[in-house]
Design a protein around this ligand. Structure first.
Ligand SMILES: Cc1cc2nc3c(=O)[nH]c(=O)nc-3n(C[C@H](O)[C@H](O)[C@H](O)COP(=O)(O)OP(=O)(O)OC[C@H]3O[C@@H](n4cnc5c(N)ncnc54)[C@H](O)[C@@H]3O)c2cc1C
Length: 311
């Protein structure tokens, strides 16, 4: 027999847990499945300084523990496990947890996030969170007055490099091709900025550093001339996109050209009535915890309204 759930929340990042706080206070008895990254992406970062309410900053793990406590206090049940299969053609919606347990949910809040893309080179892994970052707005402040590099050639890379030029001493932009895909205006701003130096046709071959100092440099290689260069830097910022966790839903839920879930304007409502999406999984633009939390609130309020109208 399948377990019956009124409000199922998939994901335990800031979006899912904020949805849980609102849904439990509205007596929807939400159940959260945490997935393989309990607490979400913030648990991968040591310090968060831009989430309102923490004037001294807070570690990602601690902040997510606070959110969990708050959600549990109002009756949310948080469970280990990931949703591995689903059928949204039936109502209540059918889902499978860990390829084993079947559940039926009257409403669903998808908060599965989007993971940052990394270069995939061996030396990068040991410095993630210790000099290698995929979020300039989150971590740039820690590199004030220092030398950093940004990897990428699109709009995000252009925004990141300009943002960091406002904080750092020297910013290198490492571009795989011989041109940027960013808008002409952004390109002009970059080319006119004395603090930014671009390395065209270059790939990062190795991240240099040690556990005490973090990143101390990178080795880059020109893919046209095969020339190698080493740059002394303290921070490496990756701006090579994100991969939203939407594969599981794509059979039923409409997604955009970048695989993010589409929702109605000013809403978290997907194309399926009773299924809502919040946080980074539907947001290719802002990707910040406070924005994710805000949309988690919206999703819970919309789920509540949906369930009320169904009764
Ligand atoms: C290194 C780093 C540092 C950052 N620093 C900051 C910062 O300082 N300030 C800031 O505002 N933002 C920061 N961000 C961005 C912030 O982490 C994200 O915007 C935010 O976490 C998005 O929240 P979310 O709830 O949408 O998704 P996520 O936090 O990505 O959570 C997704 C959740 O879904 C779960 N999940 C996925 N698939 C399934 C499944 N099939 N079944 C069940 N669960 C599933 C995962 O296990 C996870 O719990 C940072 C990001 C990174 C990577």
């Amino acid at each position: 027999m399948a377990e019956k759930i009124k409000c199922l929340i998939i994901g335990s990042g800031p979006a899912g847990l904020t949805a849980a706080i609102y849904a439990s206070r509205a007596n929807l008895k939400p159940i959260v499945y945490e997935g393989t990254l309990p607490g979400g992406q913030l648990t991968m970062t040591s310090e968060i300084e831009n989430f309102p309410g923490y004037p001294e900053g807070i570690s990602g793990i601690e902040m997510m523990e606070d959110l969990k406590k708050q959600a549990k206090k109002f009756g949310t049940e948080i469970r280990y496990g990931a949703i591995t299969d689903l059928d949204f053609s039936k109502y209540p919606f059918h889902l499978v947890v860990d390829n084993e347990n079947r559940i039926e949910a009257e409403s669903i809040i998808i908060a599965t996030g989007a993971s940052a893309n990394y270069l995939g080179i061996e030396s990068e892994k040991e410095f993630i969170g210790n000099g290698v970052s995929a979020c300039a707005v989150c971590d740039g402040f820690f590199y004030r007055g220092k030398d950093v590099a940004v990897v990428g050639g699109g709009d995000t890379a252009a925004e990141d490099v300009l943002y960091l030029a406002g904080l750092c001493n020297q910013v290198y932009l490492i571009v795989r091709r011989d041109q940027l895909r960013a808008s002409k205006i952004m390109q002009q701003k970059i080319l006119q900025n004395d603090k930014i130096k671009i390395f065209w046709n270059n790939n990062v071959k190795k991240v240099l550093g040690n556990q005490d100092d973090g990143v101390t440099g990178i080795l880059i290689n020109n893919n046209k001339t095969n020339e190698n260069n080493s740059l002394d830097i303290n921070g490496l910022f990756l701006a090579i996109g994100h991969t939203p966790s939407t594969k599981l839903f794509q059979k039923y839920i409409e997604i955009d050209e970048e695989n993010y879930i589409k929702t109605k304007p000013n809403s978290t409502q997907t194309n399926i009535s009773g299924v809502f999406a919040c946080g980074d999984v539907k947001d290719s633009v802002f990707q910040q915890a406070i924005v994710a939390a805000g949309s988690g609130c919206m999703a819970a309020l919309e789920a509540e309204k949906f369930l009320l109208e169904k009764e």
